[in-house]
Design a protein. Structure first.
Length: 321
């Protein structure tokens, strides 16, 4: 069997309402490559969405399905799809039609003509709630400020990559994977592709605020050690403040006749509250890093496969020696 020109990895979780619309859009595309494959990854779906793709795959060999044993998370589902993708180029898109198939093919053409390894979508606008847009804005600016490696700001997982880029991504040993961060860290020639992200075509998002927060912390702690320096900086500032405060009170006691009622009480309370708050904040930051190390040290796989349809071989993610 010949190698497809393009593989499109599409992870999904309980998208029964939107998958028929996605199928309609994909089947109507005319400028697609002569040989392509659509690789759907069911990330523990419990509704009828997996059966919809199974039925489609039975009549269309280019449609392939990977079913995970449970919900491992969006990033793990993407990694599972990448490990099975066999195309010369590989695209990643969500199933909710916020990542539009026509736009992905435009990025694919840019990848071929510009001879780069990655073309990634940059969201110039989003049809989300104001609160979500605010959190996205804050996260990417904080990520840009803290990251020790290159950052593709306002870029999600929606992209097209060369086979070389996919091979390098799969060779990285992380179990807790933040794909867009790893994609930037690899450092291959890339090109941004501005898009206006539409609203969901149907259904409701499976990415709740707690899940988005977890993903954000994973991204920040995976690519930056700067938060660990917070303790040193804050401790230095507090010690300096304590020395300055002591000198001020000493000067007042020695050189003035000022006598304060309950001297130092308010200052003491404020300093105790502030310092204790900083201690717990820093313990929380340390906890995030220790949690990341704990999960990595156990070296459990990022995903487990229950079954596949129309998939010939299972290309495992390379494990570290």
């Amino acid at each position: 069997m010949s190698q497809p020109e393009l593989s499109i990895v599409i992870p999904f979780l309980n998208e029964e309402q939107v998958l028929p619309l996605l199928r309609e859009r994909l089947e109507k595309i005319r400028n697609r490559p002569a040989a392509w494959e659509l690789l759907f990854v069911s990330d523990g779906s419990t509704d009828g969405s997996t059966k919809l793709i199974e039925a489609w795959a039975q009549v269309t060999p280019s449609v392939k399905l990977v079913v995970l044993t449970r919900n491992f998370g969006h990033q793990s589902a993407i990694s599972a799809g990448l490990s099975f993708a066999s195309g010369k180029c590989v695209g990643i898109m969500d199933a909710d039609l916020q990542d539009e198939p026509d736009v992905l093919l435009e990025m694919y053409q840019v990848l071929l003509t510009e001879k780069v390894d990655v073309v990634y979508a940059v969201r110039t606008s989003r049809r989300e709630t104001k609160l979500k847009r605010f959190f996205y804005f804050v996260f990417y600016r904080l990520y840009l400020f803290l990251a020790d490696s290159p950052v593709q700001i306002d870029a999600g997982d929606f992209c097209v990559m060369s086979r070389r880029a996919v091979r390098l991504l799969l060779s990285l040993p992380e179990k807790l994977r933040f794909v867009r961060g790893l994609r930037a860290w690899v450092g291959l020639p890339s090109k941004p592709f501005p898009i206006s992200r539409p609203a969901r075509a149907a259904g409701s998002s499976q990415y709740s605020l707690p899940k988005l927060t977890k993903l954000a912390f994973s991204g920040l702690t995976s690519f930056s050690t700067r938060p660990l320096r917070v303790g040193f900086v804050c401790g230095s500032v507090l010690c300096l403040g304590a020395v300055i405060g002591a000198l001020i009170y000493l000067a007042i006691a020695l050189f003035t006749d000022i006598h304060l009622a309950a001297p130092g009480f308010s200052t003491l309370v404020i300093i105790l509250l502030f310092s204790n708050g900083l201690i717990f904040l820093y313990l929380g930051i340390l906890g995030e890093y220790i949690g990341q190390m704990f999960m990595e040290v156990k070296a459990r796989p990022s995903f487990l496969i229950e079954r596949t349809i129309n998939v010939e071989e299972h290309a495992e993610i390379d494990e570290p020696d």
